[in-house]
Ligand binder design. Sequence first.
Ligand code: ARG
Length: 459
Amino acid sequence: SSNAMWGGRFAAGPDAIMEAINASIGYDRRLAPQDIEGSRAHAAMLAAQGIIDAKDAEEIRKGLLTVLSEIEGGTFEFSTALEDIHMNVEARLKQLIGEPAGRLHTGRSRNDQVATDLRLWVRDQCDATDAALKALIEALLGQAEAGADWVMPGFTHLQTAQPVTWGHHMMAYVEMFARDRARFANARKLMNESPLGAAALAGTSFPIDREATAQALGFDRPMANSLDAVSDRDFALEFLSAATICAMHLSRLSEELVIWSSAQFRFVAMSDRWSTGSSIMPQKRNPDAAELIRAKIGRILGANVALLTVMKGLPLAYGKDMQEDKEQVFDAADNLMLSLAAMTGMVADMTAQPDNLRAAAASGFSTATDLADWLVRALGLPFRDAHHVTGSLVARAEEKGCDLPDLTLDDMKAVHDGITEDVFGVLTVENSVASRTAYGGTAPDNVRAQIARWRDALK
Ligand code: ARG
């Protein structure tokens, strides 16, 4: 038999495979709360405008609440033949209240309905992501506070570059995740307009009040163009783009945790709660959570690319292609939330090893730049010459199998006879980090000021 919602012109029902490819109820059931919220706002507006009568609106309101409680209670029977969440809800409403249910869909279409539902869902998800990012930032601030002056090697090319502090390194991620928060907030602000009432594509001849439904649903205003309202998914793409960038940040931090927790580095010890063992190698403590978070960028970027590819080249307005938006958004959102929660737990629980950090910082000639700078300051050498002299001193230390502070003054003078005892003051890693006082640098006082600034901003 033909479809009860749109089957008027059809004699026969769809092929089973047609039904399977067409149905979205398997995943868009997650939009049930948003769908019902949108329908309630729409029904109340229809009554306020005199388009349906108040008694019918009240039946619809009560019926929708019953449907919601059935869905939340797990007793609702979803039907694939009814395609999607919109028709499943409406068909059940019809069973519950009869004729008035048929008046709900006045001045609206599934096209503006689904655009509204998904916007509401993504908007909520921006808020949930923001809260998760805030928790991660707080965990990072805790680490930064503990080790604002613990010296560790800073790397470029993963080669020892200059000493930095543990706090400074943690605070670098605070900055990144704070920008991620701003990206989700910006996306939320831009998407917060209501498509509801755009109807199928051209708008409606019913005297609806789109301002009222927009307001009831917490949107800033109705979207100004009905074709745009039903046909764009840029809001979902912005969410996915912000999610992708955030996942990239999480992936970099994960990679560092994997490296740092290895036996070769021993910069951090991961807690039991965030490690796994090996079934064959008894000594193992594997950073599986970090590895999985490092990998999540794959599916999150994949979702972003998938939806962008679905959308490109689609003529206005709605096309069924767009039904493919939801699984991408849900999967990316779920995996980002899981990653953020796991990263927050790992960061909060991990224990940095200050002695190992310091020892690593002191090897690999990490204060060579400090030495070159001293030659400029104390002896007036041009930086290029100071660089060259320092390079010779590094070579000498390498020959002797020692670090720069272990060279004797005679070793130094053999390379440049102007060098004095004072040079040893700049060769320690503590002096090196303490000297980086210009704004944004790694000096512990700077780091503490930044921690205080962020603590204050998060209040
Ligand atoms: N399930 C559909 C989707 O997710 C709802 C909109 C269907 N509209 C239509 N004209 N077939 O996009």
